[in-house]
Ligand binder design. Structure first.
Ligand code: SF4
Length: 262
């Protein structure tokens, strides 16, 4: 996942996963003097929720003496998730917020000259996503994901998920044992109903059949190995608005921003 001279941009939300990842990376980074680490925080503009998470993230960065950069939807896109939700544009809040968040992290990572982006996705997130993609009829997305997302065309920074084999429960345990203060409140706009059902289903299955989440994770890895280049990268153009890579004329984020502004 990493080279000893990487500049790693760690996406830090203030939740248990990203703060655990940051803690582990800060400890590791001390052993690799040529590496660099910067925490990237994104302010989506969710009142009463994100402000608390950003405070916790900043406190932890200060304690760990980790560099930190915060970017906001307001500055980057001229709006906030709260405002998008109020507009009631038809899609779920997460459909807009997730796309903009990815773009915000990419922008921040480019600003600081990072070479990798690390996110705190854990085993539970990963296997829920595998099942979600199956239920959405999108098997190619399973083949295109994984612990390391490297763009062979070199148009996107590599994204790594170092905690993707660690069950959520173990991350909670790590966070508590290390005295990490993390945000436990859920996002007021996060209503991914199918994901919540899958979380409950997988937890129930794992209780009855321990290890089933690991098996599912291995199955998706095997599928990626077996299918080789079936999920070959699609051709990319430069978005005519922002210049970011996109398979279309405009990137998804620019199209969303336009729809929101209309
Ligand atoms: Fe945004 Fe959805 Fe995450 Fe809330 S749960 S921060 S709306 S992506």
């Amino acid at each position: 996942m990493l080279s000893h001279d990487d500049h790693i941009a760690v996406a830090v939300s203030g939740g248990k996963d990203s703060l655990t990842l940051l803690n582990i990376f800060v400890k590791l980074e001390r052993k690799f003097p040529r590496s660099k680490l910067t925490a990237i925080c994104v302010d989506e503009g969710i009142e009463g929720y994100r402000d608390e998470a950003l405070d916790l993230a900043s406190k932890e960065c200060k304690r760990l003496e980790a560099k930190q950069i915060t970017v906001s939807y307001r500055d980057l896109f001229g709006t906030t998730t709260d405002e998008i939700v109020k507009r009631n544009l038809g899609k779920t809040p997460c459909s807009y917020c997730g796309v903009l968040r990815r773009k915000a992290i990419n922008r921040a990572a480019a600003m600081i000259g990072a070479t990798k982006i690390a996110t705190g996705h854990n085993l539970d997130d990963e296997v829920q996503t595998v099942l979600l993609n199956m239920l959405h009829g999108d098997p190619l997305r399973i083949l295109r994901s994984g612990p390391v997302l490297r763009d062979v065309r070199g148009k996107f920074l590599p994204r790594i998920k170092p905690l993707c084999d660690i069950p959520e429960k173990e991350i909670v345990l790590y966070a508590h044992l290390n005295g990490l203060e993390f945000q436990s409140m859920s996002c007021p706009h996060g209503n991914e109903a199918v994901r919540n059902d899958l979380r409950a289903f997988l937890n129930q299955m794992d209780q009855k059949h321990p290890g089933i989440k690991f098996t599912l994770q291995r199955t998706s890895e095997k599928l990626r190995e077996l299918t080789g280049n079936i999920a070959a990268p699609i051709e990319l153009n430069s978005c005519e608005k922002c210049g970011d890579p996109t398979p279309h004329q405009y990137c998804e984020a620019c199209l969303m921003i336009e729809a929101i502004a209309a």
